[in-house]
Design a protein around this ligand. Structure first.
Ligand code: 5GP
Length: 238
C-alpha cells in the first residue's frame, strides 16, 4: 500500500488517497478544535493517543459484529481505512444529559436518560451542525431511509458494547457521536471514536475525562485521554 496525495484536511485529521481506490490513510494530527473550529490548539501526543484509542475501540466494535472502516494501524498517528461514501450526518446517543441537550431543553447536567436518546445533526460547520430529524434526511436526500435506519440500529449497538467496556474501567459513557458511510452498499461505521467525540465521566467522582476538558479550559486534556485508555487496557507505548 502506497500513501498518495491528500484528499482533504479536517479539523483534527487529514485523509490521504492510496494506490488502492477503496482504501485511505487517516492521519491523526495534534490539532484540537472546539466550537466549530473557533477554538484551536495543538496538544502534544494527541494524534498518537487518538489514533491508538480509535484503533482499539474500532477493533472491539468489529469483534462485536459492528462493521467499521478500520483496517489496521500504520504508524503512531496513521491508520488504514476503507474509503466510504459518507452520509453528511452525525448520530448522537445520550445516556446522561450534558452539553447541547442541557442548553436546548434546560435539563440538569447528569440527569439519567432512560431509554437513551438518539439525535441527528447535519455536518455543516457554517451552520453550526444544526439538529435535524429523520424526515429532513429523507427529504434532502442525505441518506436513504433504510441506510439511516441501519445507522441508528448500529449506533445503539455501539452503546451496548461501549457502555459495558467503559463501566469496567470505572467510567460512565455519557454520550457520543458517530458517523457512517456506505461501502459496497453496506452501512459501515466511519470517522473515529475517541474522547474527542464522546463524553466520559469517572463513575465515582464524575470528573470529566473527555474533550469537555478542552472546551471548558479545565487542562490535563491528553493526560485524561491516556487515563481513559489505560483503564480499558490500551498500551500507548506499544
Ligand atoms: P453535544 O450535542 O452535547 O454538543 O454533543 C454530543 C456528543 O457528540 C458529545 O460527546 C460530543 O463530543 C459529540 N459531538 C457532537 N458534535 C461533534 C463534532 O462536530 N465533533 C466531535 N468531535 N464531536 C462531536
Amino acid at each position: 500500500m502506497e500513501k498518495r496525495q491528500e484528499l482533504y484536511a479536517g479539523k483534527a485529521k487529514s485523509v490521504f488517497r492510496t494506490d488502492d481506490p477503496d482504501r485511505m490513510v487517516l492521519v491523526f494530527r495534534d490539532d484540537t478544535s472546539a466550537f466549530d473550529g473557533k477554538k484551536v490548539e495543538q496538544l502534544d501526543r494527541k494524534g498518537m493517543v487518538n489514533n491508538k484509542f480509535n484503533a482499539f475501540i474500532m477493533t472491539k466494535l468489529a469483534q462485536a459484529g459492528i462493521p467499521t472502516h478500520f483496517e489496521k494501524l500504520l504508524s503512531d498517528n496513521e491508520s488504514l481505512v476503507k474509503r466510504l461514501d459518507m452520509m453528511p450526518i452525525e448520530c448522537v446517543v445520550r445516556n446522561v444529559a450534558a452539553g447541547s441537550l442541557t442548553r436546548r431543553l434546560g435539563v440538569q447536567e447528569g440527569t439519567e436518560l432512560t431509554p437513551p436518546t438518539f439525535e441527528l445533526f447535519l455536518k455543516n460547520d457554517a451552520l453550526g451542525d444544526p439538529m435535524i430529524n429523520e424526515s429532513h434526511v429523507e427529504a434532502f436526500g442525505w441518506a436513504k431511509p433504510e441506510h439511516l435506519a441501519k445507522a441508528k440500529e448500529l449506533t445503539y449497538q455501539v452503546n451496548d458494547v461501549l457502555k459495558a467496556l467503559f463501566a469496567e474501567g470505572g467510567m460512565i459513557l455519557v454520550d457520543y457521536k458517530l458517523e457512517f458511510g456506505l461501502f459496497n452498499g453496506e452501512v459501515v461505521l466511519g470517522d473515529e471514536f475517541s474522547p474527542d467525540g464522546c463524553r466520559l465521566w469517572d463513575a465515582e467522582t464524575k470528573e470529566k475525562m473527555d474533550k469537555d476538558r478542552f472546551r471548558q479550559g479545565l487542562g490535563g486534556v491528553i493526560e485524561a485521554y491516556e487515563d481513559v485508555g489505560r483503564r480499558i487496557g490500551i498500551d500507548f507505548d506499544a
